[in-house]
Design a protein around this ligand. Structure first.
Ligand SMILES: [Zn+2]
Length: 246
């Protein structure tokens, strides 16, 4: 159990599959998050064929945001969740109030965010070499959509609200992008993940994660596409080539 920074005096801890440290007055929300973490953790373990990581979740209010554990001096933007190894055990810092940049806003928004971050934590149990941003974010996006599918959370409304014609394709998003572009990028990857699961089943995620863990050199765009195509299996390459993102 980690000792909490001074700013977190008065925070309480909810024990579950993954413990949740939460701000006073957010107990109900913390219970909901704890439930999402439990279902997500069980589903991701099955999906990826690995044990859940050792992890604690901190549900942090805007007021206490700058005091949350992180690498480096400067606080991260409010309302954006992140994973940090600067705490023991490693922590998932979740905002009690999600940044307005998260779009679309439906009943599925917060669950997908929680499972996305949880999937990152699952992936980071092993060393992962540098990959193009699209592949690094595709895995948690496809995984979060698969969790929703496995536990029966309908995504139709959510997916239906995503703008399907953003002005760029995945591979062109390099380095700096504003919040709106980042969101469009993430939503494209979510759609790609949902379509891939629809076409090939969700078993490819386990193969993709294994393959990523086995890589020893920096993964470039070409290699990333190859890894994904191989993980998808028969017809994977052809299917990727047919996608407008590639
Ligand atoms: Zn991410």
């Amino acid at each position: 159990m980690q000792s909490l920074p001074a700013a977190f005096l008065g925070y309480e801890r909810l024990y579950g599959e993954i413990p949740v440290v939460y701000a006073p007055g957010t107990e109900e929300w913390a219970s909901e998050v704890s439930r999402l973490l439990s279902t997500g953790s069980v589903a991701l373990s099955g999906l990826l064929g690995v044990e859940p990581p050792e992890l604690e979740v901190m549900l942090v209010t805007d007021k206490d945001w700058t005091g949350a554990p992180r690498e480096g001096e400067r606080a991260y933007p409010k309302g954006l969740p992140y994973f940090t190894r600067s705490a023991r055990p490693p922590a998932l810092v979740l905002p009690a109030t999600l940044s307005p940049v998260f779009r679309p806003r439906t009943q599925a928004t917060y669950p997908l965010v929680v499972w996305h971050e949880l999937a990152h934590a699952f992936l980071l149990q092993e060393e992962v070499v540098r990959t193009p941003a699209w592949l690094g974010e595709f895995v948690p996006q496809a995984a979060s959509a698969s969790v929703a599918r496995r536990i029966g959370l309908p995504l139709d409304e959510h997916l239906g609200m995503i703008d399907r014609t953003p002005g760029f394709i995945n591979r062109e998003l390099k380095g700096y992008a504003d919040a709106g572009e980042q969101m469009a990028f993430q939503n494209l990857l979510l759609l790609l993940g949902v379509d891939a699961v629809e076409e090939f089943g969700d078993g490819f995620l386990k193969r993709l994660v294994r393959a990523l863990w086995e890589e020893t050199d920096v993964v470039n765009d070409e290699r990333a596409e190859e890894l994904l195509a191989d993980a998808l299996g028969l017809g994977g390459l052809k299917w990727l080539a047919s996608r407008p993102e590639f």
